[in-house]
Design a protein around this ligand. Structure first.
Ligand SMILES: Nc1ncnc2c1ncn2[C@@H]1O[C@H](COP(=O)(O)OP(=O)(O)OP(=O)(O)O)[C@@H](O)[C@H]1O
Length: 368
């Protein structure tokens, strides 16, 4: 599934960038504002139909252009590469093509080209609201449990309807109880899937983190969103009167969270910025590794790797990513990337980015 060819047109300052990435490691080096992140943004756009930097598509379409286009060839395990492309118009329209045929939705691309992003914003996993961590869990649950998305959508719908009733007031606890059956059934289903995913992820996370650093003992605690001693039925029943008072559903899977703890407290309060970066990277890599173990290769997009990591940890992170046998795109402002040590068997291509122009600096297997 690696990208063997990439054509990017009119994404930010990239008027026309065409290149043949390595199926293994690609390092893009350039000054601030040269366009490195825009290459990762274009790959993300092709995978998910959206940017990781902005929800507003007009911000990434190049000024004075009506549309941006990202086109790629994806290597298959057998046979010739498949052609995939995505065009986004300024008026919002999206055109997704697979082998020249129009696709039903961007989901078809997400399945063919899963990406995992590690960038400075990934810190939001620790410092952001619980919704960021729920998204992280749900991404994994979605890939692990084929029925998860259907249950999640149904539960969201039931929750929305219930909250609308509560907001309007004038609803009795007995009437509300009639609406709660579906909410409870689907909410339990969502919770079971999330729990199972975190159980699978935890040992991977622990082992990935121990490869990055031996100095940190970090624990993942899944909070299901209500008292662990109760099932959802009991929690919803005992919370009904309070929900009526508050005008919304105050307990349930919508309050779930993933707590990242050290021996002395929350990781966010006790770890340095660099250590937090290692923890977040370990979470993201563990998540990717689980998917790879299921036979679903993915592309890692790593933006601004050196920031806040010393050379030793940077090297360990590179080794770990390399060991996953995935395609990797890494950006760096450092002109000297010799401290990224890759195995001599790895095909590393190094590119230079300058004012939206990409050029190949070096290519091939590494010297031992
Ligand atoms: N819609 C747009 N049209 C044209 N140029 C844009 C648009 N949006 C942003 N730019 C410019 O494109 C460039 C994008 O750079 P990008 O963020 O990819 O750089 P970078 O090399 O990753 O920088 P850094 O190292 O600072 O993260 C910037 O120079 C920015 O001013």
């Amino acid at each position: 599934m690696p990208l063997v060819r990439l054509d990017i047109s009119h994404v930010r300052n990239l008027s026309s960038v065409r290149f043949e990435p390595s199926p293994q490691v690609n390092v893009i080096v350039g000054k601030n504002g040269s366009g490195k992140t825009s290459v990762l943004e274009a790959i993300h756009l092709l995978s998910l139909g959206r940017s990781f930097r902005s929800h507003k598509h007009k911000t990434y379409i190049q000024h004075d252009n009506e549309a941006c286009l990202v086109f790629a060839q994806l290597q298959q395990s057998q046979g010739s590469p498949i052609r995939v492309g995505l065009q986004r118009q300024r008026d919002g329209r999206i055109d997704v093509r697979i082998q020249g045929q129009r696709a039903q939705s961007v989901v078809e691309l997400a399945e063919r080209l899963p990406v995992q992003l590690i960038n400075p914003d990934a810190f939001r996993l620790l410092e952001g609201s619980p919704s960021v961590r729920r998204q992280f869990i749900d991404w994994g649950a979605f890939h692990f449990d084929k029925d998860f998305i259907q249950a999640w959508r149904g539960w969201q719908k039931a929750l929305k309807q219930r909250n609308t009733l509560l907001r309007r007031g004038k609803i009795s606890a007995s009437l509300l109880a009639a609406f709660d059956q579906e909410l409870i059934r689907l909410g339990e289903r969502v919770n079971t899937s999330r729990k199972a995913y975190i159980e699978k992820l935890t040992p991977h996370f622990v082992s990935v983190l121990s490869l990055l650093t031996t100095e940190l003992a970090v624990e993942l605690q899944f909070f299901q969103g209500w008292d662990a001693q109760k099932n959802l039925q009991m929690a919803v029943e005992s919370g009904r009167e309070r929900d009526i008072e508050l005008g919304y559903t105050h307990t349930g899977p919508q309050r779930a969270d993933l707590r990242v703890k050290t021996a002395t407290g929350d990781a966010l309060d006790t770890l340095s910025r660099g250590q937090q970066k290692l923890v977040v990277s370990a979470l993201k890599i563990a998540q990717g590794q689980l998917l790879i173990d299921m036979g679903r290769p993915l592309v890692f997009l790593v933006d601004d790797l050196p920031a806040e990591l010393d050379a030793n940890h940077r090297q360990k992170l590179c080794q770990l990513l390399e060991s996953l046998n995935s395609q990797i795109f890494i950006t760096s402002v450092e002109p000297d990337t010799t401290d990224f040590h890759w195995a001599h068997t790895t095909d590393v291509r190094q590119f230079s980015m300058s004012n939206g122009e990409l050029s190949l600096l070096s290519k091939g297997l590494q010297e031992s």
